[in-house]
Design a protein around this ligand. Structure first.
Ligand SMILES: O=C(O)[C@H](O)[C@@H](O)[C@H](O)[C@H](O)COP(=O)(O)O
Length: 258
């Protein structure tokens, strides 16, 4: 996807709790704005502590039901390829944190396949099927591989991974497929399904959300123009907005920070 993308903007929060609450408020507003504009909204969820904490804050928010949850299309940016219902699956955690507590339309919630589902242990076929789900959601007339997601949420790993795209792998280099089966991940479980950077870049807004001093290095590298092959999070850009939502510790090495 070669269209122009938005330069990253950094938002620093006192701590992880403030970040999660502020990101939740930002997400509610973004979904409401999208629905006001076209009657529906789409969000791509992520796994990890920060991504899940944001969903928990959405659930707890007094503004939560300003969103017409039945008109929200829910996707995942990546998934840990485990049996359905496994507590470590991103879907399991997102349902517990938010989706089981709001009236989403089950037909509009699109989890990635489980390792005991219709594709068995074949993560590559499961990934190809999710690419078909995304293409269908984009609309046959659009010619696009993925929908124009309103908001795509991401975490950041201590070596710069995002979604399940880890440094110096064929998956972070993937430029054709929208979804890949990922093998031998350094972060367990070893087998995952992930959107690729071209798919991530189809989103209107990409929000990278992370906390802690352990992330300060990759955050600074990503914001200093690192090669996405080395720091995959550096390649996560939105078409209209790219937001880095950080706590003070994760932002400590960001260039130009006092
Ligand atoms: O499945 C996953 O683990 C996530 O998709 C992964 O990309 C996560 O967001 C980062 O590893 C950050 O995780 P933390 O927020 O827990 O540090």
């Amino acid at each position: 996807m070669s269209e122009a993308h938005a330069a990253p903007r950094v938002f620093v929060h006192a701590d992880g709790d403030v970040l999660a609450a502020a990101a939740a408020a930002r997400l509610i507003t973004a979904l409401v704005d999208a629905q006001a504009a076209r009657g529906s909204a789409s969000v791509v969820l992520t796994g990890g502590r920060t991504g899940t904490a944001v969903l928990e804050q959405v659930r707890a928010s007094p503004a939560r039901d300003a969103v017409d949850w039945a008109a929200v299309d829910v996707f995942w940016g990546d998934e840990r390829f485990l049996p359905r219902g496994d507590p470590e699956r991103n879907e399991t955690q997102a349902r517990a944190a938010l989706l089981d507590h709001v009236p989403v339309d089950p037909e509009r919630v699109h989890p990635m396949a489980a390792a005991d589902g219709r594709f068995g242990a074949d993560a590559d076929t499961a990934a190809a099927h999710y690419a078909e789900v995304l293409a269908a959601a984009a609309g046959s007339g659009s010619g696009a591989a993925v929908p124009e997601f309103d908001v795509l949420l991401l975490g950041v790993g201590e070596e710069g991974h995002t979604a399940s795209l880890f440094p110096d792998t064929p998956y972070v280099r993937e430029q054709e497929r929208a979804v890949v089966g990922v093998h031998d991940c350094p972060k367990p479980p070893p087998t995952r399904i992930s959107l690729t950077l071209p798919a991530i870049r189809a989103a209107a807004q990409v929000w990278l959300m992370t906390t802690g001093s352990g992330k300060a290095g990759p955050v600074a590298a990503a914001l200093s123009g690192a090669d996405p092959v080395a720091i995959p999070a550096a390649g996560a850009l939105g078409r209209s907005r790219t937001c880095w939502l950080l706590d003070a510790s994760a932002a400590a090495e960001v260039p130009g920070r006092p």
